[in-house]
Design a protein around this ligand. Structure first.
Ligand SMILES: Nc1ncnc2c1ncn2[C@@H]1O[C@H](COP(=O)(O)OP(=O)(O)OP(=O)(O)O)[C@@H](O)[C@H]1O
Ligand SMILES: [Mg+2]
Length: 280
């Protein structure tokens, strides 16, 4: 958005300009004696997909729940669009521009696509007639090039991929800046997975910041710009999507990956530097 100095050089593989939309520092979360997250740092920029990976119990969902206002962190800071924020409840996160598609999608089977897209978003019910809701639904779905036969069919009659599409369209209704997707392809077949991954790319191309949780390294490599690994509730490395399966699996399971971690650390330091030309 801002004009940079004319002489500024563009570095091809640097994520789109500027400061992170979301910046977490030192986030910890305890559930009684259980330490689910310890000292987590995470940056996500506009127009990038960050894959959050890690084994069962690594803390991924806990982090998403903190970002969607379901849980409060025990310590640490959340900066969103340059401001330090507290996300006291899900509506606080939503109104700031953080939308979440939870794994179970939370769609109502018996309602049609339009009703599902607007479900729970009755911000100003009197102004929402059926025609404008339907038009808005089509607009959202068309922007995503979504293949939904009709917005007047019940969600129960849609495929898994189409349901995921409806859930993503729904999350875009309030024009969020950041969208969190918890296992968006977990229950999908090959073709539907490809469709949802395309959709994620289109969401990114609209300039949104995307955090995607996945256990599937192929899916991660297909769409992620960066891969952030959590292990036992801690950061355990950051990778580009061309990282090998071995590298990723080592970080996820805890085998040594020192050179990779150091490289990620240098990249992070460069990104955080106000004078990137000072870096290597
Ligand atoms: N509400 C809770 N109360 C107590 N402990 C919790 C709670 N939620 C999560 N935990 C614990 O926090 C840790 C991280 O859990 P979390 O669900 O975030 O993992 P995850 O990375 O999402 O795993 P998965 O891949 O299996 O979904 C686990 O040890 C879990 O048992
Ligand atoms: Mg989880």
């Amino acid at each position: 958005m801002t004009n940079t100095e004319q002489g500024a050089r563009r570095v091809q593989d640097t994520p789109p300009a500027g400061d992170p939309v979301l910046s977490l520092r030192g986030i910890s979360k305890h559930f009684g004696a259980v330490s689910a997250l310890s000292d987590i740092d995470l940056d996500v920029r506009a127009g990038e997909v960050v894959a959050l990976v890690g084994d069962n119990g690594a803390g991924k969902s806990t982090l998403v729940k903190i970002l969607s206002g379901v849980h409060q962190p025990s310590s640490g800071t959340i900066r969103f669009q340059g401001e330090t924020v507290t996300l006291d409840d899900p509506s606080a996160a939503l109104s700031l521009g953080i939308a979440t598609v939870f794994q179970d999608l939370a769609l109502c089977e018996n309602l049609d696509v339009v009703a599902n897209i607007f479900l729970g978003k009755e911000l100003n019910p009197l102004q929402m007639d059926e025609v404008s809701m339907e038009t808005r639904s089509w607009t959202l779905l068309n922007e995503l090039s979504a293949r939904i036969p009709s917005v007047r069919v019940a969600v129960a009659s849609l495929s898994g991929g189409q349901r995921q599409t409806v859930a993503i369209a729904r999350s875009l209704l309030l024009n969020p800046k950041l969208i969190l997707l918890d296992e968006p392809t977990a229950a999908l077949g090959v073709a539907q997975t490809a469709e949802v991954l395309d959709l994620i790319e289109r969401v990114r191309d609209r300039g949104l910041a995307v955090v995607m949780i996945s256990h599937n390294m192929e899916d991660v490599r297909a769409v992620a710009d960066r891969v952030v690994v959590l292990r036992l509730g801690r950061n355990n490395g950051e990778f580009t999507p061309d990282a090998s399966n071995e590298e990723l699996v080592s970080a996820i399971t805890g085998a040594s990956n020192n050179s990779v971690s150091r490289r990620a650390g240098r990249r992070q330091a460069q990104a955080a530097s106000p004078h990137p030309e000072a870096g290597l």
